[in-house]
Design a protein around this ligand. Structure first.
Ligand SMILES: [Zn+2]
Length: 377
């Protein structure tokens, strides 16, 4: 889960990742530039020229978005917030914070840094555009500079739409938070406004498509759907954080995990453990101490014929910091760890002994129950 991103590069201590969705987006940008925008504004150029302009424009957009996200990240760092990395996806990027901002002021300045950077970029490219015009440089160069100035203006304006979790949504939330002093209420209110905006944007997209503007319409729909799911996700994330506040792994772990001795064969493991308990993961024990764990995936990677003589010992994934956790770890940290590593079942280990197992499923079930009990409509 959540393993759809690829590391691009590191700069100023931040890692920049790219989400799988960027492949589609890059293609959409390139296509709309080379087949739509540039030919309509600058007719009579050759087809290869349009594609080169499209590619350069897409690259410029890409760099512009990175600069926008870096300005958020640098501002966050100034206020002492840790940034895990920057992920580029769908129509932009996200600077991923490990924690939510601790005050409305931090959130306000962090959020507004992005649109300000985009405005400055827009201005910068507008100046270059003027210079290129005055020097009578070639049409493709002027066209690309004009496009970059316009697109950065669009990014700034779009990000100021008060639809959480865009920058505008965060600015709105920080103001609401500042007025009432209640982050939960502010998030809820900002999320509701965001959902309304998202629906309006999706609707606009459909109207555009019906009205004969399929490319523009598709963009609106994509952006609207992204906003819709993101607004929901950020609200749930915050609820989650509040629900788990002050609780540690000890509160949620299964304290009587079924353990497997390392000296039995895989066949014995299948017959006596897997079919009996139906768990997806079992801790493996050797001389009373934790050795590691065995999963269905491990089992499946060995052909059936081997199960009769291959020992559990030989296929155990050894215990390490990725698959285990200490009992007094705060739950929010445990969740972050599961999300970062994509490992949804962790061994709880103390003094080399297994004392429990904690799973993402249990945490989510707890949350679902809690939300059901607390939701008032
Ligand atoms: Zn931003």
């Amino acid at each position: 889960m959540l393993k759809r991103k690829m590391t691009l590069f590191k700069l100023l201590g931040f890692t920049v990742y790219v989400d799988a969705s960027w492949g589609i987006i890059l293609f959409l940008v390139l296509w709309s530039l080379a087949k739509g925008l540039f030919p309509s504004y600058f007719p009579d150029l050759s087809i290869p020229t349009y594609w080169i302009m499209g590619l350069t424009g897409a690259m410029g957009l890409f760099v512009s978005i990175i600069i926008h996200e870096f300005s958020h990240s640098l501002m966050a760092r100034k206020y002492g917030l840790e940034i895990k990395g920057i992920t580029l996806f769908i129509f932009g990027g996200v600077a991923e914070m490990r924690d939510e901002p601790n005050s409305p002021k931090t959130e306000f300045f962090m959020a507004i840094a992005g649109p300000i950077a985009s405005l400055m970029l827009s201005f910068f490219f507008a100046v270059l555009y003027q210079v290129a015009n005055n020097l009578e440089l070639s049409v493709p160069i002027i066209g690309i500079l004009g496009y970059l100035s316009a697109i950065n203006m669009l990014i700034a304006v779009f990000n100021m739409v008060p639809a959480f979790p865009t920058d505008g949504g965060r600015i709105l939330r920080s103001l609401l938070w500042w007025i009432k002093g209640d982050i939960g209420w502010a998030t809820q209110f900002a999320s509701r406004i965001s959902l309304v905006f998202a629906i309006v944007i999706i609707f606009t997209g459909f109207m555009n498509m019906i009205g004969g503007n399929p490319i523009g319409g598709l963009w609106w729909i994509l952006i609207g759907s992204f906003l819709f799911s993101a607004a929901n996700a950020s609200y749930q994330r915050l609820l989650m954080k509040q629900s788990f506040e002050g609780k540690t792994v000890r509160h949620f772990m299964n304290q009587t995990p079924v353990t497997v001795p390392s000296h039995i064969t895989l066949q014995e493991f299948v017959d006596n453990y897997l079919y009996r308990y139906h768990y997806k993961m079992f801790p493996v024990i050797k001389d009373d101490k934790i050795l590691g764990l065995i999963t269905i995936q491990t089992l499946k990677s060995h052909p059936h014929e081997e199960w009769k003589h291959l020992l559990v010992d030989k296929v155990t994934q050894l215990q390490n910091s990725d698959n285990s956790i200490a009992v007094n770890t705060p739950i929010n940290d445990a969740l972050n760890k599961m999300i970062e590593t994509g490992v949804s079942r962790l061994l709880v280990v103390e003094h080399k002994k297994i004392i429990g197992i904690i799973t993402l499923k249990d945490l989510l079930e707890y949350l679902a129950l809690k939300m059901e009990l607390e939701t008032t409509l």
